[in-house]
Design a protein. Structure first.
Length: 271
């Protein structure tokens, strides 16, 4: 049954471009994503998931580990998004992990190769695509992003988006906040920050929230001792990545943030 379900999903995705979805951007999404689908039958609440600037690991991990363009922190982040997708799948969520990097033709984007506004465009088209998939509950679509992807989620929330009505909630995990962002879409938002994050400074995000919290449903958690990448279980407590920046796993923050995410999603997806 599991194999048959996977085969049906694969065939559906193969033929989907012929169903007049049309737009080039959406075609890129169809060709550059990883779908994590629970094995039982039905339509499921869904996460459109956006990675950080390091991208998503390929199936050839050995080749990645010897690629001189990928540093230790890149490898940690790239594996992490697929690990998290599997965890959400085990909780009964479909995860559509969108490989924006592959679609844009870049290996990593940590020096500004992909702008937040571009990520916002991908999110809008990914939501439009997701709601037509046979295993997605089109009334229970959510968006999540980490780091650069989290910043893209917030940029998507900055202004009218045609597909916003299909989204139940948005989650940004240690996002790169932009002081110029104006969160104008009214939907439940969960923002998870590391108090010791020296890459995506939490103060910028907190100032952003303070400026809009009156009109939006925003839940914010700041884990005081947590660094950027605090939920990456394979990472050391502190990893110096240069230019005064660090990442590091923090068990308490990782566990608390996972619980917060599941509770938040359950509130808006009837779990």
């Amino acid at each position: 049954m599991k194999f048959a379900r996977a085969l049906v999903a694969s065939l559906f995705l193969f033929f989907l471009p012929n169903l007049s979805l049309g737009q080039t951007l959406r075609d890129h999404i169809i060709d550059n994503h990883f779908a994590y689908i629970p094995s039982n039958e039905g339509r499921f609440p869904t996460l459109v998931a956006i990675p950080g600037c390091s991208g998503i690991s390929s199936d050839n991990l050995a080749a990645e580990e010897t690629n001189p363009q990928l540093h230790e922190d890149d490898l940690l982040f790239r594996r992490h998004y697929r690990v998290m997708a599997e965890r959400f799948k085990a909780e009964g969520y479909v995860v559509l992990l969108i490989n924006i990097h592959s679609a844009e033709g870049v290996l990593t984007a940590c020096t500004g190769e992909i702008k937040s506004a571009r990520i916002a465009e991908y999110i809008n088209e990914a939501v439009a695509w997701a709601k037509n998939l046979p295993f997605v509950d089109s009334h229970k679509i959510n968006v999540i992003g980490w780091s650069m992807g989290g910043g893209g989620v917030l940029k998507w929330l900055d202004g009218p988006r045609s597909e916003a009505a299909n989204v139940r909630s948005a989650i940004a995990v240690y996002p790169g906040c932009d002081e110029d962002t104006d969160l104008t879409l009214s939907m439940p938002i969960l923002m998870l920050l590391g108090g010791s994050d020296d890459i995506a400074k939490p103060s910028v995000c907190e100032n952003l929230v303070d400026s809009v919290a009156i009109k939006l449903q925003i839940t914010i958690a700041n884990y005081p001792d947590a660094r950027h990448g605090f939920d990456i279980a394979d990472a050391p407590p502190v990893l110096d990545i240069g230019n005064g920046m660090t990442i590091g796993y923090q068990k308490e923050a990782a566990e608390a943030s996972w619980t917060a995410i599941l509770q938040f999603l359950a509130s808006f997806n009837g779990r």
